[in-house]
Design a protein around this ligand. Structure first.
Ligand code: TXA
Ligand code: MG
Length: 349
């Protein structure tokens, strides 16, 4: 179905209009503090199916259910471990999603057929207002076409979703820039990180009452075809521009040297379709080469990484060498997304 996508403002009128469309069982793109989401009524299986078709997403990948108040977890989760209460108190509203046993009102279309559900209370003012106005929780994956980089600017949503959905709410640029941290629980106190995000392992470990915090193997390792995974989203090639992405572990100098020494098809002379994605401050080393900078601190890199991956395509490059980020704090989330964008192709220099 082809839509004449309405562009809405995040003001009172826009929020009411978005809620009206959602109440009719349709899909609306909404801003959140992490990335834009493609929202529909999480309790309405027909509405949720429309998310999958707008995104072109595999049906076994579960959706996050977005709520507008902490007590709502007791409506949608059957069992709430002590650790979930601690994390909700510490980080909600905010960029962390908690996977728990689902209650029966969550339809299998929302949970990807799993017995669990990921729940998040977003911090973004407009997102919260829309959920409140609807009176039901919103299932929302990132509002990109399946496989492409997540949308962190309204222009990204327009590029991917114009014509595919009835409306999109313009909330400007997303403050965090990478998707929420996804965790599940082992027993009452232990936490397993399924997808790293802005709330880091260190942040979770610092909370009193939390037991062991484990990073799932899928965060930094490739999951083979057919292998069972805790978080289905982690098995897909993801976040990729059309250009070939290679992650380079090493200094700016080593990366610049590597680009010069490889044969003519993958060099970076003025006319070539090859660029580097480097840190702010590396520019001098890349004089005369094509490059895009993606920030210096991990927070800046989180905010810019998806926009930069999209720019690689927009600027016509066919190959990009990305200088691998620090893995501390939110850096692990940036690394995790780049690793998937690169299809796990990493070169150590
Ligand atoms: O920040 C975010 O989380 C954004 C905004 C819109 O809230 N949403 C988002 O959704 O990133 P999505 O669908 O692109 O990614 C959800 C991730 C996937 O990797 C999925 O497999 C995992 O969370 N997930 C969701 N429910 C799960 C469950 N019940 N068990 C395990 N993993 C789950
Ligand atoms: Mg996504």
């Amino acid at each position: 179905m082809e839509y004449n996508t309405k562009m809405l403002s995040p003001d009172k009128e826009g929020i009411r209009a978005a809620a009206e469309i959602l109440k009719k069982g349709e899909v609306v793109a909404i801003p959140t503090e992490t990335v834009y989401g493609l929202a529909a009524n999480a309790l309405d299986r027909e509405a949720v199916k429309k998310i999958f078709s707008a995104k072109g997403r595999p049906g076994d990948n579960p959706l996050i259910v977005h709520i507008s108040g902490k007590p709502d977890i007791y409506k949608y989760a059957r069992e709430v471990p002590a650790a979930a209460e601690i994390l909700a108190e510490a980080f909600w509203p905010g960029p962390i999603t908690m996977v728990m046993k689902k209650s029966d009102i969550i339809p299998p279309q929302t949970s990807g057929g799993l017995d669990t559900v990921g729940i998040r209370f977003p911090a973004h003012r407009a997102a919260r207002a829309i959920i409140e106005e609807c009176g039901f929780p919103l299932a929302a994956p990132s509002a990109n076409l399946s496989g492409s980089p997540s949308p962190t600017r309204f222009s990204h949503v327009v590029a991917d979703m114009k014509g595919r959905i009835p409306a999109a709410v313009d909330g400007g640029d997303c403050a965090v820039g990478v998707e929420s941290t996804v965790v599940c629980f082992e027993g009452d106190r232990d936490v397993r990180i399924l997808r790293p995000g802005f709330v880091s392992k260190e942040d979770i470990e610092a909370m009193t009452g939390i037991g062991k915090v484990i990073c799932d193997r899928g965060v930094t390792e490739m999951i083979n075809e057919g292998e069972k995974v805790m978080s289905p989203g982690m098995k897909y090639r993801h976040y990729s521009p059309k250009a070939a992405v290679t992650l380079i572990e090493g200094s700016a100098e080593a990366l610049a040297g590597y680009m010069e020494n490889t044969d003519g098809t993958i060099d970076s002379t003025v006319d070539s379709k090859v660029c580097a994605m480097i840190f702010d401050g590396d520019e001098e080393v890349f004089l005369g080469k094509k490059y895009i900078t993606y920030g210096y601190t991990s927070e800046e890199q989180a905010r810019q990484v998806f926009d930069c991956l999209r720019r690689v395509d927009d600027e016509g490059y066919e190959r990009v060498y990305v200088r691998s980020p620090s893995r501390d704090g939110v850096g692990l989330a940036v690394y995790n997304r780049l690793l998937r964008a690169a299809g796990f192709e990493v070169i150590l220099l």
